[in-house]
Design a protein around this ligand. Structure first.
Ligand code: ZN
Length: 185
């Protein structure tokens, strides 16, 4: 890992560059994408990102969101597989050994963005192999779909934060119940 962030934290932060409910996107322009990748030690300050890289990053992010969704409700559309496989191919992921003997997955070549995407995919693979991937979930609020790490003992967490989406869902259930009761009277 290029940073001290755990693999799932890095992937979660990447997926959450889009705050869907607020309509915000932290990687919507080449300069924003560059700043985010530099901030997470995934590219160099002197590297440049293009509009095409932004499109690739957004496609990869939404494919990863879909893959995490598989952990959440078991549903999966094949489009994510295609996007991830294409990106992994472009970044030429390979097993490499550093001079100090560390064995890791990294990009054999590619543009700065493709190498950064390779590092994100390497983090996904590392989370799959250490077992932490299955705890990556998406918030059940369909307008939120925030990625989070489910720390609950029985892996039953469904909301990004109980304080926000969980309580909103509870409030909705409460209102629905009250309506049903009123109809029965
Ligand atoms: Zn949420």
């Amino acid at each position: 890992m290029p940073d001290k962030l755990s693999a799932t934290t890095l992937v979660g932060k990447f997926v959450n560059t889009a705050a869907l409910e607020e309509g915000k996107d932290a990687i919507a322009s080449p300069s924003d994408l560059h700043a985010w990748l530099v901030g997470h030690h995934l590219t160099q300050v002197h590297d440049h990102m293009s509009l095409e890289d932004v499109a690739g990053a957004v496609e990869l992010r939404e494919a990863l969101r879909e893959l995490i969704g598989l952990n959440t409700d078991g549903r999966f559309q094949g489009t994510a597989a295609e996007a991830v496989n294409r990106m992994a191919g472009a970044s030429l992921l390979r097993v490499s050994v550093s001079v100090s003997g560390d064995i890791r997955l990294d990009s054999a070549s590619g543009s700065p963005f493709e190498r950064a995407a390779g590092a994100i995919l390497a983090a996904v693979y590392s989370a799959v192999t250490d077992g932490s991937w299955s705890r990556m979930k998406l918030c059940k609020n369909p307008r939120c779909r925030w990625a989070f790490y489910d720390r609950s003992k029985n892996r039953s967490g469904g909301w990004c934060t109980m304080a926000v989406c969980g309580n909103r869902a509870k409030a909705r259930t409460f209102r629905m119940r009250r309506r049903l009761r009123q109809q029965q009277i």
